[in-house]
Design a protein. Sequence first.
Length: 430
Amino acid sequence: MKHSSSIVLKYAACLLLGLSLSSPVSVFAEEQGHDHETKSQGSESTPHEHDEKAQDHDEDGHDEAGHNNEAGHNNEEGHGGHAEEGHGHGEAAADAELSVEQQRMAGIETMVVKRQILGKAITAPGEVVLNAYHTTKVTPRIPAQVIKRHVVLGDHVNKGQVLVTLSSVEMAEAQGDLLGAAVELRRVKKLGRKVVSEKRYITAEIAYQQAYAKVRAYGMTPAHIDALLKTGDARKATGRFALLAAQKGTVISDNFIVGEIIEPGRVLFEISDESTLWVEARLTPEDAANIALGADAHVQVGERWISGKVTQARHTLDETTRTLAVHVEVANPDDLLHPGQFVSVVIEGKQQQKGIVVPLGSVMRSADGDWQLFVEVAPGRFEPREVEVLQTVGNRLLIEGIDEGTTIVSKGAFFVQSEIAKSGFEVHNH
């Protein structure tokens, strides 16, 4: 009974320790083997001695059950070793095969790499500002009162669109002069040159042209002037006129209210085409000296990178920051950038290096921490290839480890890496 209790206690201890045992019978058989050896030797044995003695017993034909148990135990350990080895093979899965549909759904794109020139990265803080060459301000040329607004802040407008209706005493007088000059010119033309002197005819012609130019200068459009002249009624000279958009763009500001008296030169609207903006980067004089006009630049907005080019560089230092401002022109088709927004700017300097250049998103960290990208070795079949990153400039990397002309995954590398890792996991499970 004491011996049986010992077996039960040892079996329970094995379960608590998480050991893998096939059945209580194996424990009993092993215990019997141990007991037999203990009684034969009269003392305890080490695990190594136990194995040797068990082998001796087998050779003599004794204690077959104990030998079988040891063999079974070793098989268990061997199985565990194979599982470990299988896990290693799973982690080192060599490739991933993806169908055309899988690649389309995952947004995977490939490219053929080639040697390119990449300038040394110069990083600086930047602020998004309006592109002054694609921006206009709408102002009246004479004192006027706001009668009606036709657009509001944030509206997209087209060139020639009516923005606001104004009324002015000066415009009313100019409109009256135009109507009077038009009546006189029609009269002398009707009488003809045989009746009217040359001097009167020329005077009427000049008066009309001057009156027409005046209302145009005050802000009336040719279409509105023609409509006024067709009425021929001096009572239509109300002094009302409209200001139009000089370009296509977005209403950036409209700082006025209806009924307000506006002085000449007061900005009523600011309109800008935000499809192209400037990023003003602040550089030290030393860094600015290493940048050329037309240099490639990269603007980071959150996780995204936008490419641009250096278009302007100021020649005077900011009195407060002692830095030089450089304008980087960037396309903004998705309306991602807005004036006043702070961003990070990376500009390629004059110091350049030639090598294999790949997109930032094509290079990933492997499980052991090395950089790798994925090479298409056959249609739809991708293998990881370890590379060395030499230089990073915005969203472009200069690397070593692959040859020019190699086809790599330029977009969707994370999905390919996940598929390879998944294949390795499945190998381990099997």
